[in-house]
Write a protein that binds this ligand. Structure first.
Ligand SMILES: [Zn+2]
Ligand SMILES: [Zn+2]
Length: 219
């Protein structure tokens, strides 16, 4: 039996928490008083304790971010391949979703504004650096020649036939959309493909001219 220093009641030893720092190995206060004390402490220090908790999580988050960043740098190549494979598999769904998204009035307004600003800046820059533009164009022509298409016209025709005359992205008939023909979309885009890249039929898909153009500009 032991007497609680708070409520002064004599209680059995099981009613006290263990505490190695005390001679008899038990807390001076009984469990019930201890509970009341802790509740009061939490209530009085609520704000401070929440802040501490938040700080703890923030530091953990930082650690997590570092770990995450390291993971992505190490696995960069692998992730890029995975992403490209995922895109190739689901590109119709992805591009159609983007098409719908870009058509939303608020998005259209924003992208048009951004595009105008960008074009204006670009034009001003081009005017000041004519020799650079020449070089870029020359390189682009050069690059284009080093890309290959490893598929037959029959394979391409088969792909086009499968779309039944409807652009898979905007779901309009090719005959309704300027320039009224099926165009050939490359993944990765010609501008981004590494030198000597060989496009197979899997990396090619038919779409209308407008979607192809829009994809390059804003998708
Ligand atoms: Zn007590
Ligand atoms: Zn289209």
């Amino acid at each position: 039996m032991k007497k609680c220093t708070k409520c002064h009641k004599v209680k059995s030893k099981s009613k006290f928490y263990k505490n190695k720092l005390i001679d008899d190995g038990l807390n001076p206060r009984c469990k019930q008083c201890e509970k009341i004390r802790m509740e009061k402490y939490y209530k009085d220090n609520r704000k401070k304790l929440l802040e501490q908790k938040q700080e703890y999580y923030n530091s953990k988050r930082k650690q997590f971010k570092i770990k995450n960043d390291r993971y992505y740098t190490e696995k960069r190549e692998e992730i890029l391949i995975q992403k490209r494979e995922y895109y190739l598999k689901h590109r119709v769904k992805i591009l159609h979703y983007l098409y719908e998204y870009m058509r939303r009035p608020e998005i259209r307004k924003r992208t048009r504004g951004n595009r105008d600003k960008r074009n204006k800046r670009q034009r001003a820059y081009n005017k000041q650096h004519p020799e650079l533009i020449k070089e870029i164009k020359r390189r682009r022509r050069l690059r284009k020649k080093q890309l290959f298409e490893d598929f037959t016209i029959e394979e391409w025709k088969e792909k086009v036939d499968a779309t039944k005359g409807i652009c898979p992205i905007c779901r309009r008939a090719y005959s309704e959309v300027y320039p009224f023909v099926v165009t050939l979309d490359h993944t990765p885009p010609i501008s981004q493909a590494s030198v000597g890249f060989r496009y197979t039929i899997n990396e090619i898909m038919p779409m209308c001219g407008q979607c192809n153009l829009a994809k390059g500009a804003s998708f």
